[in-house]
Design a protein around this ligand. Sequence first.
Ligand code: GLU
Length: 441
Amino acid sequence: MTTTRFAPSPTGYIHVGNLRTALMNYLIAAKSGGTFILRIDDTDPERSKEEYVDGIKQDLEWLGLHWDRIERQSQRLDRYAEAADKLREMGRFYEAFETPTELDLKRKKQLNMGMPPVYDRAALSLSEAEKDALRAERGSGVWRFKLDQERIEWKDGILGDISIDAASVSDPVLIKADGQVLYTIASVVDDTEMGVTHVVRGSDHVTNTATQIQIIEALGGTVPSFAHHSLLTGPQGESLSKRLGTLALRDLREQGVQPMALLSLMARLGSSDPVELRTEMAELIEGFDLDHFGAAPTKFDVQDLFPLTAKYLQGLPFEAVQARIAALGVPEDLALHFWAVTRENITTLHDLDGWWEMFRDGAEPVIDDEDRAFVAEALALLPEGPYDGDSWGNWTAAVKEATGRKGRGLFMPLRKALTGQAHGPDMAQVLPLLQKIKAKN
Ligand code: GLU
């Protein structure tokens, strides 16, 4: 039975970067009929905020990424304390008292000597009396996990065979001096106790994975399958880390991006499969294969979301937008026709507002000087509305007859006079929607 989890820290809203993690874990579980857990990593009481917990849930619901179970780390602190005791008993956990400044100094020295900045384990050789003295002077220390200095290996679902020399990694701090449990151990305890079988996360977690594998083994748990997806970059390959804040899902939603457009892009970006618009979650699930993802950084361009959104909207039945169109104030008898005319001429649903405004109030006419007399003559021949599907044909036939103009010379000045634009939907379809013709008055 497959069990995956998405484990955001509620210190901000979900952005396109962590959406990828959420989606991959969701799709893996869904594809095999397994369980998808939403795990809130809120062991940091300072930085975790309830508004972000709510925000994360809203964003996942908007996307349709439904979780089967929700867990909160802040409610499981006793489990982590138990695991810490176990590690202590095994001699795999030790207290260290260096201040951040001291650690920094050690790192600088090592780097100067061309050595990797790995914690030197000085605390391991402290006697009980020395520890007592340090504790009296500085308060409690941090607790570090004592890594076995051997190679840590796993077959990564995306990166392939990974081998990391534990000697090149500092013994990780699992509990802070103030007693706060850190993510590294909390995550391991949860993954083990919740029966997580597959963990997909960003490649910034590769070193964590190495240390977590040893902690899982020490605690007697089963090591899940790990896969690390590449990090997103901007369209030019530039780092996105600073811009991710502006790529929050709620901002994209405000901009009118449709969930299926976003999911369709993110489910394929960075894989060998082409990006194709999917309109149903079931199709996304069916077409997802983690094996097709590569290790190279993945370029993300927010602009790609808009053509996909437009395509998604084009395919929507009237019923799906009926309420939204009614809310604009479009009269009921025009609503279906309004949608038929606008659906292929919008990028997001927000564009409907502008279209209706134009039909309701009339557009500012655009009339070139050389067409002024012609347009005036034509408008005099236009009967009062309302118009129907034949009105445009009848009118332009009459204008042609009266003026002798034809083709583009006939139609373009009229389109521009009525809509203010040189392009747009078929005028025969547009005319019945026009509630006002500014050029005529
Ligand atoms: N809370 C961690 C993060 O957001 C979870 C990482 C993981 O998936 O294990 O980075």
